[in-house]
Design a protein around this ligand. Structure first.
Ligand SMILES: [Zn+2]
Length: 637
C-alpha cells in the first residue's frame, strides 16, 4: 500500500434532513456539498459508502406554512421536498438515499422506538409549563433566553403549560458526560465538544416528546396515546436509523456501526444531547462522530431557515459554474468556523486558484504536449532532481490531504493540493520546455519534462474528483481517461502510459472580469424588487442638475416634450415623456435632475441625449427638482 493511503473501510454519512418550511438556501447547499465531497472522497478511497440526505416534514411550522400557502400539509411538503431534490440534482449531489419523514418506512420506525421506550418505562406522562418558541418548536429554560427572548429568533416566547409525554433524558446526563469525555472526537471540532460539555454542567431536563392533537395534528401519532403526536425533533432524529431499515435491515447492520453525522451548529443540542440519550435508552449503539460546521454570513447576519436571509445559491452556480461555487465554499470556510460569502470573493478565488493556477497548468500542459510531442505522451528518460521533487511533493501532499479529510478539514486539503499545483507551475517555468524544444540535443530532457506534466495531469484528474467533479472529468477526458483512479492507485509515480493521446479542450475556467449585474442579492430583497447593485454600479450613473432653457412639443406625439437644457457649459437636447403632465411654458427656467450619460436614442425623429428623472404613482407624475439652488451641471449622488 502506498504511503498515506487510508485503509479501506465502511463509511456512513448523513446531512441534516432539511426542514421544508422554506426552499433551499446557501446553508443547506453548503452542508450537502460538504457531505457530497466527503462521500465522493471515501468512494475514491475504495470505501463502501452510504450517503443519506432528506427532508424533515412534520410540526407546527410546516402546518402553518402549508395553511399560508393554501395547501394541504402533504401537498405542501411534497412540493418543497421536490425542490430540494431538484437542487441537489442540479448541484451533482451523489446521495444514495433521500428520506422524507412523512414516508411510512420512517413513521413505522418512530412508532416502534416510541413503543420500546414506553414499554421500558423511559417515557412517562406529566405536565410541563415554560417559555415556548413557536419558531424553534421547543421549550426554553429561563436561563437559555437572552433578555427574555428566544436566542435564535429574538422573539418573545409564549408561556405554555400542557400535559405531555416525557422521555427520561435526565437519567442519562452523567453517562453522556462520561461518553463525551472518553471519546474526544465524538463531537468535533473541539469547540463544539466543549460547548456541549458546558450545556451539560447544568441539570439536564426530561424531554417533552409529544404535542397534544388539540394543538397540532401534523405529526406521527404516539402508538400508546392517539390524542398526541410525536414532537418533531424526536421524530426527525430517527431518520438516521429508519433510512437504514432499523432494526434488522441489512443496510442497518452494515452501515450503522460507522455512522457519522454532519450538521450546522444551530442544531448542536438535539444532535449532541437528545440523540445519543435516545439511542442509549433504546439500546441502539451510538453514532461515531458528530461533525459540526459554522454559519455562512452575509452582511453580518446568519443565513438560517427561519431567520431568512436567502442567497439563491444556484443562481451563483448558473453564473460561474457549479465547480467554482463548490470550490469556493470548501476553500473559504475553515470547517467549524463561520465564514462570509460574497460574490466578489468567489470571483477572486475563481480567477486566482481556478483560472490562473489550475486552469493554466492544464491548458499549458496540453498545449505543450500538442506542440512539442504531436499530442502524444512521450516515453520519459531518466528523472532528474526536479522530477524527484515533484514526485516527493505528491507523496507529502497526499498524506496531508488524507489526514485533513479525516477531520473534515477541506480547506487544509485544498491548500495542500494547490501548493503542489504551484510547484508544478514553477517546474514548467524552470524547465522551459519551449526552450528545450528548440535544441535537438535536448530531446530526451524534453520528453522527461512532458511526461512529468502528463503524469501530474493524470493525478489531478482523479484527486480533484471529490472537490471539482466536472473539471476533474474534463481533465481526464483530455488524457483520454474515463473514470477516476482510486486514491490508493494514484502512486507510485509513472502510471500514465507513454503513447497516450491528449485532446485539446476549452479552458476549464475562463477568467471572470467582475461580478455581473445579475448578482445574487447580498441581503434579502422582496420577490418584486430588482437585485441589489453595488456602490460602484451606482457610481456609473452620471446624474446632474440641468436647467431647462427651452421646452416644446414633439410633433405628432401626445406624450413627448423636446427639452433644451443647460448642463454646465454644455447645451443638450433631450426628449421626456411628460407632455401629459407639464405644459412647455411651465418648464422653462426650472432645474431638474438628468441622467447625463445615458446612451443617445432617437424618439419620434428627435435625438435625445439624456433622461429627465421623474417619479410616478398612478396618474400623477412629478419631476425631481431641487429644494435649494445649485448651478446647472452640479453632480447628483
Ligand atoms: Zn426561536
Amino acid at each position: 500500500m502506498a504511503p498515506g493511503t487510508p485503509p479501506r473501510r465502511v463509511f456512513y454519512l448523513t446531512t441534516p434532513i432539511y426542514y421544508v418550511n422554506a426552499t433551499p438556501h446557501l446553508g443547506h447547499a453548503y452542508s450537502t456539498i460538504v457531505a457530497d465531497t466527503m462521500c465522493r472522497y471515501r468512494r475514491l478511497a475504495g470505501d463502501e459508502v452510504f450517503f443519506l440526505t432528506g427532508t424533515d416534514e412534520h410540526g407546527d411550522k410546516i402546518a402553518q406554512a402549508a395553511a399560508k400557502a393554501g395547501e394541504t400539509p402533504q401537498g405542501y411538503t411534497d412540493r418543497i421536498s421536490a425542490t430540494f431534490r431538484a437542487q441537489w440534482g442540479a448541484l451533482g449531489i451523489t446521495y444514495d438515499d433521500f428520506i422524507r419523514t412523512t414516508e411510512p418506512r420512517h413513521a413505522g420506525v418512530v412508532q416502534a422506538v416510541l413503543k420500546r421506550l414506553h414499554d421500558a418505562g423511559e417515557i412517562y406522562f406529566g405536565e410541563y409549563g415554560g417559555p415556548y418558541c413557536y419558531g424553534c418548536e421547543r421549550f426554553y429554560t429561563e436561563k437559555e433566553l437572552v433578555d427574555g427572548r428566544c436566542p435564535q429568533h429574538g422573539t418573545e416566547p409564549t408561556f405554555l403549560k400542557e400535559p405531555n409525554y416525557f422521555f427520561r433524558m435526565s437519567r442519562y446526563q452523567e453517562w453522556l458526560v462520561g461518553h463525551i469525555e472518553a471519546n474526544p472526537d465524538f463531537i468535533r471540532p473541539e469547540r463544539y465538544r466543549n460547548e456541549v460539555l458546558g450545556m451539560l454542567r447544568d441539570p439536564l431536563q426530561d424531554l417533552s416528546i409529544s404535542r397534544p392533537k388539540t394543538r397540532l395534528q401534523w405529526g406521527i401519532p404516539l402508538p400508546f396515546d392517539q390524542n398526541f403526536v410525536t414532537y418533531v425533533w424526536f421524530d426527525a432524529l430517527l431518520n438516521y436509523v429508519s433510512a437504514l431499515g432499523w432494526p434488522d435491515g441489512p443496510r442497518f447492520q452494515t452501515f450503522w456501526p460507522y455512522a457519522q453525522h454532519l450538521i450546522a451548529k444551530d442544531i448542536l443540542k438535539p444532535h449532541a444531547i437528545y440523540w445519543p440519550t435516545m439511542l442509549k435508552a433504546a439500546g441502539i449503539p451510538l453514532y461515531r462522530h458528530l461533525n459540526v460546521h459554522g454559519y455562512w454570513t452575509l452582511a453580518g447576519g446568519k443565513i438560517s431557515k427561519s431567520v431568512g436571509k436567502v442567497v439563491e445559491a444556484l443562481k451563483v452556480t448558473e453564473t460561474y459554474g457549479r465547480d467554482a461555487f463548490r470550490y469556493f465554499v470548501l476553500r473559504e470556510m475553515p470547517f467549524g468556523l463561520d465564514a462570509s460569502f460574497s460574490e466578489e470573493a468567489l470571483v477572486e478565488r475563481l480567477n486566482a486558484d481556478l483560472a490562473n493556477d489550475l486552469g493554466n497548468f492544464v491548458s499549458r500542459t496540453v498545449a505543450m504536449l500538442t506542440s512539442f510531442a504531436r499530442g502524444v505522451v512521450p516515453e520519459a528518460g531518466p528523472l532528474g532532481p526536479a522530477e524527484t521533487a515533484i514526485e516527493d511533493g505528491l507523496t507529502r501532499m497526499l498524506r496531508t490531504v488524507h489526514a485533513a479529510m479525516e477531520e473534515f478539514a477541506f480547506q487544509r486539503a485544498l491548500v495542500a493540493v494547490w501548493e503542489w499545483i504551484a510547484a508544478l507551475n514553477r517546474y514548467v517555468d524552470a524547465q522551459a520546455p519551449w526552450a528545450l524544444a528548440k535544441d535537438p540535443a535536448q530531446a530526451g530532457r524534453l520528453a522527461t519534462v512532458l511526461y512529468t506534466l502528463a503524469e501530474a495531469l493524470r493525478v489531478l484528474g482523479s484527486l480533484l474528483d471529490p472537490f471539482l467533479p466536472d473539471s476533474a472529468a474534463a481533465i481526464r477526458r483530455q488524457l483520454g481517461l474515463g473514470g477516476a483512479t482510486r486514491l490508493p492507485d494514484l502512486e507510485p509515480w509513472g502510471r500514465v502510459a507513454a503513447g497516450t493521446r491528449v485532446e485539446k479542450a476549452a479552458a476549464l475556467f475562463p477568467r471572470v472580469e467582475a461580478p455581473r449585474a445579475a448578482a445574487p442579492a447580498p441581503r434579502a430583497r422582496s420577490e418584486a424588487a430588482p437585485p441589489w447593485i453595488t456602490i460602484e454600479e451606482f457610481r456609473r450613473l452620471d446624474l446632474r442638475v440641468a436647467e431647462v432653457l427651452e421646452a416644446e412639443p414633439v410633433p405628432k406625439s401626445k406624450k413627448l416634450l423636446k427639452l433644451t437644457v443647460k448642463l454646465g457649459d454644455e447645451t443638450r437636447t433631450l426628449v421626456a415623456g411628460i407632455a401629459e403632465h407639464y405644459r412647455p411654458e411651465a418648464l422653462r427656467g426650472r432645474k431638474v435632475v438628468v441622467v447625463a450619460n445615458l446612451e443617445p436614442a432617437t424618439l419620434m425623429g428627435v435625438e435625445s441625449n439624456g433622461m429627465v428623472l421623474a417619479g410616478s404613482e398612478g396618474d400623477t407624475l412629478a419631476l425631481l427638482t431641487l429644494d435649494r439652488d445649485l448651478p446647472p451641471g452640479a453632480k447628483v449622488r
